[in-house]
Design a protein around this ligand. Structure first.
Ligand SMILES: [Zn+2]
Length: 157
């Protein structure tokens, strides 16, 4: 008798939700040469399967590492390892933000329109003073908040 075997290539990645302690954890820097490909793969899995997801932090998928992936266009993404905001524009703007980890919550949040960022790319190469503006700059700031164990969408007032 043949048994029907369904093979699963890998576990389904789940987004961590409100109340999960990893969302309020300050993430650790990725070390030089550290293999984080399993983490970025899980993060990409979420972005690919959630068309409305414009960015994700490693702790939202369960890893306390300083990694962010942002959607930069309809079919393009950018992974930021150990991102540090070096400089912020003087002008702010307001926009309503939501978050995959805090379903149903939305909040109008003021943020600098532009930022300059140092980070490492996926191959570990250092990038300095890279400028981001507008929506992508906003997503990056939202995701860096997550790496610091915070989400402004969840803050009252
Ligand atoms: Zn979020």
């Amino acid at each position: 008798m043949k048994s029907k075997v369904t093979t699963r290539r890998r576990k389904t990645v789940k987004v961590r939700l409100a109340g999960d302690p990893i969302l309020t954890t300050v993430c650790y820097s990725v070390l030089p040469g550290e293999d984080v490909s399993h983490i970025t793969r899980d993060m990409m899995n979420i972005i690919t399967n959630n068309p409305r997801c414009v960015g994700i932090s490693a702790n939202q998928v369960g890893y306390d590492k300083r990694i962010v992936i942002v959607r930069t266009g309809p079919k393009s993404t950018l992974a930021l390892i150990n991102p540090i905001i070096r400089c912020e524009s003087e002008d702010d703007d307001m926009l309503i933000e939501g978050c995959l980890s805090y379903h149903g919550k939305q909040k109008e949040i003021s943020r600098p329109v532009g930022i300059k960022l140092d980070y490492e790319d996926i191959s570990g190469k250092l990038k300095y003073d890279v400028e981001f503006h507008g929506f992508v700059a906003r997503i990056i700031q939202h995701e860096i908040d997550h790496l610091n164990g915070k989400c402004k969408v969840d803050v009252i007032g």
